[in-house]
Design a protein around this ligand. Structure first.
Ligand code: ACO
Length: 333
């Protein structure tokens, strides 16, 4: 009887989700401007700025994806006043790790000297939101003190630098957050429409003598216009859904943290979500381009360090990308 009561008490006091207690980020040193691209691509600063809002991007030279991830993680740990031995799990969202195996998360674990389970999650530009929801599920299960989440990409390694329609869009970087049990994560909404015609990054076939299918270039292939249509219709839908599930209104949102792919896509979402002031849509893509799974945590860290989020602010993170996938989640700061 006594055992039973104890079990019930444990269940009732178990926190349902988490809160973010620190953030960090890192980008490679080398900056490549739009003008730099005109040296080898038939493009212009004017075209890229007008069609996307991007002015420059940071590109890896000697850094690897896990180098960026480690730096972002260290910055987040420092910001969270957390030591490595307090971390019970490391998760990383990426589609451009330097290895298929080991995971970027495992490489971060070794560099930090952590001793905890680690794995990577692959959901392209929507990866960070899948990561947040996965973290919420682990916290709901209980037994985690603190967790380190990282979004890290070296997209420059998988971009086709001969294709002007994709090469101008992407950049490299990493963002991270430290989480502890709490009730600040309020819910999510996800959609996946399985499709390899609109966005695909083929894997390498290796050297098998038996495989008969064509080897597609293991680089980013994207139908820009179809991706654009998917993005502008799905972003506002995911925000509506996640608000509805949480019993909240558009006017309750303090900050929208959208995936940074194209300023025109963000402006379109801003026009649809008219109860949120346009300047409360966070934007930094002019400096970094599309850093895929790193774009939302990079923004999160920039706004956090600038002191723009106030305690209790309601944040909605929303993304779209390969899969095709789109998702939104709600977080109380
Ligand atoms: N410089 C100059 N001209 C260009 C360039 C360039 N870099 N790229 C394309 N063009 C040309 C095209 O060839 C076309 O020329 P044409 O009219 O003579 O045929 C013209 O510009 C217009 O091309 P569109 O594709 O219609 O241009 P659009 O306005 O749609 O912009 C863009 C293209 C920026 C790619 C846009 O469609 C977009 O942002 N799509 C979404 C991409 C995205 O968000 N991807 C993220 C997901 S990726 C992931 O998950 C890994």
């Amino acid at each position: 009887m006594q055992d039973c009561n104890q079990r019930i008490e444990t269940t009732n006091t178990r926190p349902e989700s988490f809160k973010i207690i620190g953030t960090g980020s890192c980008v490679p040193e080398k900056i490549v401007t739009n003008d730099d691209l005109t040296v080898f691509l038939d493009t212009s600063d004017e075209w890229i700025k007008t069609r996307t809002g991007i002015e420059q991007r940071h590109i890896c030279t000697t850094e690897t994806t896990s180098d960026l991830a480690v730096k972002a993680a260290q910055n987040a740990l420092e910001n969270a006043h957390t030591t490595v031995d307090e971390i019970d799990m490391i998760l990383c969202a990426t589609i451009s790790g330097e290895y298929v195996c080991p995971s970027v998360a495992a490489l971060v674990q070794r560099s930090l000297g952590a001793q905890c389970p680690c794995f990577d999650l692959s959901a392209a530009c929507t990866g960070w939101i899948y990561l947040m929801d996965t973290a919420a599920a682990f916290f709901a299960r209980g037994g985690i003190r603190k967790m380190l989440l990282i979004g890290a990409e070296a997209m420059s390694r998988i971009v086709n630098w001969h294709d002007r329609s994709t090469a101008v869009l992407f950049g490299d970087g990493a963002g991270a957050a430290v989480l502890e049990p709490g009730d600040h994560y309020l819910g999510s909404s996800f959609v996946t429409e399985g499709n390899d015609e609109v966005i695909a990054i083929p894997a390498k076939n290796g050297i098998t003598p038996w495989y008969e299918n064509e080897q597609k270039l293991p680089l980013v292939h994207m139908d820009g216009q179809e991706t654009y249509k998917f993005a502008v219709s799905n972003l506002p839908k995911r925000v509506d859904e996640v608000l509805q599930k949480a019993g909240l209104q558009e006017g309750d949102i303090d900050w929208v943290i959208p995936h940074q792919a194209n300023k025109r896509i963000i402006d379109s979402a801003s026009r649809r979500l008219k109860h949120v002031p346009a300047d409360h849509f966070c934007v930094n893509l002019q400096k970094y381009g599309n850093t895929s799974a790193a774009s939302i945590p990079l923004l999160l860290d920039e706004w956090n360090r600038a002191g723009k989020f106030k305690d209790g602010d309601l944040l909605v993170m929303v993304a779209f990308g390969g899969g095709l996938s789109s998702a939104a989640c709600l977080l109380r700061w």
